[in-house]
Write a protein that binds this ligand. Sequence first.
Ligand SMILES: Nc1nc2c(ncn2[C@@H]2O[C@H](COP(=O)(O)OP(=O)(O)OP(=O)(O)O)[C@@H](O)[C@H]2O)c(=O)[nH]1
Length: 543
Amino acid sequence: MALLHHPRLPSHPLREATHHHHAISDGTRLVALAGLARKRTPFGVTCRAARVKEAAPTTRAAPLPPASLAKEAHKYFDHALVTVRAGDGGHGAVLAMPPAPSADAAKPRGRFNRGEKKGKKVSYKRNYDGSVALPMGGHGGDVVVYADEGEETLLRFHEKARYCAKRGGNVGAAGATLSSRMHSGFAGETLRIPVPVGTVVKRKKGTVLADLAHPGDEVLVARGGQGGISLIDAPEYRRRKAMALSPNIMRDSTDKVLTHGQPGEEVSLELILRVVADVGLVGLPNAGKSTLLSAITLARPDIADYPFTTLMPNLGRLGGDPALGALQFSSEATLADLPGLIEGAHLGRGLGRNFLRHLRRTRVIVHVVDAAADDPVNDYKIVREVISNCLHHSSVLFDCHFSLLNNIIMFTICHLACISLQELRMYNPQYLERPYVVVLNKIDLPKVHAHDRLPSLALEISSIGCEEAHGENASNDNLNGNISKHQIELETKVEGSEKELGDYPRPQAVVAASVLRHIGIDEMLKEIRAALRKCFDHKLPEP
Ligand SMILES: Nc1nc2c(ncn2[C@@H]2O[C@H](COP(=O)(O)OP(=O)(O)OP(=O)(O)O)[C@@H](O)[C@H]2O)c(=O)[nH]1
């Protein structure tokens, strides 16, 4: 018996069983096998069987996410491609007519024909028009994508990119007899896929299906297949009678196709996340954006003395504004700390321009400038330029599309810019004209105070720009959300005419602060809240 364990020996039925443990997925069968082995070969085989039991869970373990996902999450967290498939409809059935009631059905049953079914009068479920209600295959499960506050990123869609809803249930087995006890197949359960709030759902290289900007917003992305109908199969001599019951009479075998459930829709979707926040923090790397966020909210982003510490937007919640009074005190604001922008970010330098899309839903922008840098005014201009250049970049695309220069050119530009017309339609080109606050940070450092630098810096920055531009009309147009083609063309022309930084409004306020040492925080908060209130007063759309 002991020889059984030798690995080089020819196979034995029991060893065969243990060798093939990878193919066995049913746990109960594994336990039974181990028990059998223990009985027949008390030593070695028990040991092997035990190994089988240990090995089983590893075969069922979830696959690990690709290493690149964990390392470079910032490249993937806000964009994903998924394929969803709705469930197929369940099948109907071909039903036989119940036997005709016999002449002696009315007679009282004797001892010998008590259990006889033949001749029994059958009742049917009826439709409103009196026809017999034939059971149908169940509807396939739909696929719905909805905004869930519990979700933060789209990373999980890179681990699993295909989702299928359940199919509808079938009507009882074919060949069954028509009766009132037959039920339609069960409808397949709707598959609900949660995504972060602020996700735009669009068909892959196609139309935008929905912008899930609020918690609970949802969109039906794939409709389940309709269930198949049922048919009555009656012999020739009973066909007229069957016709009186229902028009669904099977004429020949090709009719059986009608009983098949319809396939569920399958669609490829592109999910694009745009962070939803009232205030967006922008600035060069190391300016102190994350420190600012952690100083005024409970958010605890990574902070370090090297550029691009922030790779993905961090969100924080700003408490209520006491100035709003008791009733509105609870109105909070969300702050988004965005990754640092550098010169040429709109052309893909640094972390690229993709992060700029997270600015689109902000009401107020806070520019964080390192006041101890060599040339803070230039740093400020660089960030403004990046944002405005991004706008011009987008305008080129609009021009190309509407003048219909050439489909191929447009397609190429779309690819280069990684942006589609639908995205641009939802893009608010006026966000550079929204209220913004400049925070001159790190004023605790001695360099800032040398040569009376701070007042001149504040003066210079606050003088860049023109008087306020956002009028009632512009904000109302945005509020309606119906940007006509004509309006887009007009906006495109204005944006396309290479607006200078001086053509955009001046900052709402320039505040000196040290977010690390908690200097000037109150004044900064006051200005941010004033800017937010201004958005409410101007009825600017919600982010
Ligand atoms: N002295 C001083 N240092 C500050 C202040 N604010 C931030 N810092 C330091 O500046 C460095 C960068 O700060 P972060 O908050 O990570 O800067 P960031 O703008 O988020 O940087 P990125 O994530 O690269 O975009 C850290 O070492 C901070 O401690 C400040 O007010 N005074």
